[in-house]
Design a protein around this ligand. Structure first.
Ligand code: GDP
Ligand code: MG
Length: 302
């Protein structure tokens, strides 16, 4: 039975989470959905592609999008792609969740505020990482200042990682949804395939281990995904831009690649709930981040 058929008051709609890199968007999405879908790290530009996270209850379904962060210092194809994603996400949503960080305001936050200046969609402002703000008295003037910048539908201080005020966030989001039936089956939590999420888990381990610039130069594809009685066999390729990057990813005596594989395997095991046999290779595709055809080949399409 479709739950939306029995509740005339059912609400369903779209919420997009925007904010500068590293502010905590993917963490928020994972906490709301209650499962790791979107990968996170301390480095900017962890999220390369848009992902839907779907949260359903007895009388609602919220379809969240976690947008990749754009960085103005890069002007190449992958960044143009990310910018298009943010702009297009503004047009077909019922609420925009704009996340900023407690007591920290940067040029990137300013750019996003400008990008959404003319949007007619209600904007909910979340001030994240309040757990890091020891001096709580400073929070109020910061919030006050922000509220003078534009009309926000609501403003909630949160800690995504520590799950502070997230119930309030969800309840507020629900009020902006139109009446209507669920768009996705209520047990579905994402639009992405297991292959996609697995590739992301591998990329997350690489990002967390590698230096600052390299993560942005790496993408992962899954060449084989086979369910067998004894478990799942996965073959993954890690794509880099040069042979020097390749040797960094492989590491001394293959140590880096080995530990990436071991850690990714743990996450994949939790996701699939079965034995996982994971093999990884590193391959070079010169200049892929500024090559529209290569981006398509790796599944970046908008
Ligand atoms: P995104 O780039 O906006 O998607 O940010 P991520 O979700 O990847 O988070 C970036 C970093 O901030 C990660 O290391 C998170 O663990 C951390 N983070 C997220 N939310 C909080 C929070 O509420 N408090 C603190 N202290 N750290 C957080
Ligand atoms: Mg992210």
């Amino acid at each position: 039975m479709d739950i939306s058929e029995v509740t005339p008051e059912f609400r369903c709609g779209y919420a997009t989470i925007i904010g500068r890199p590293n502010v905590g968007k993917s963490t928020l999405l994972n906490m709301i959905i209650g499962q790791k879908l979107s990968i996170t790290s301390r480095k900017p530009q962890t999220t390369q592609r848009r992902l839907l996270g779907i949260k359903s209850g007895s009388d609602y379904q919220v379809i969240y999008t976690d947008t990749p962060g754009m960085q103005s210092k890069y002007k190449d194809a992958i960044n143009r792609y990310m910018r298009r994603e943010i702009i297009s996400s503004l047009s077909h949503n019922d609420v925009v969740v704009f996340m900023v960080e407690s007591l920290k305001w940067t040029v990137a936050d300013e750019e996003i505020l400008e990008t959404i200046a003319d949007t007619k969609i209600p904007v909910l402002l979340l001030v994240n990482k309040i757990d890091k703000t020891k001096d709580k008295e400073k929070l109020l003037p910061y919030i006050q200042k922000l509220s003078e910048r534009r009309k926000f539908a609501d403003l909630i201080p949160v800690s995504a990682r520590n799950s502070i005020n997230l119930v309030e966030v969800e309840n507020t989001i629900k009020t902006f949804l139109p009446l209507g039936p669920a768009e996705f089956p209520i047990e579905q939590i994402t639009d992405k395939s297991e292959r996609f999420i697995i590739a992301e888990f591998i990329r997350e381990k690489l990002i967390r281990k590698l230096g600052k610039e390299l993560p942005y130069r790496i993408t992962v594809t899954i060449e084989k995904f086979a369910r067998e009685p004894e478990g799942v066999t996965i073959h993954a390729i890690i794509w880099v831009e040069s042979t020097s990057q390749k040797s960094i990813v492989i590491g001394k005596d293959g140590g880096m690649l080995k530990s990436v594989g071991e850690q990714a395997r743990k996450d994949i095991k939790v996701l699939l709930d079965c034995n996982v046999y994971l093999r990884t290779w590193v391959k070079v595709k010169k200049n892929w981040t500024d090559d529209e055809a290569a981006l398509k080949q790796f599944g970046f399409e908008n």
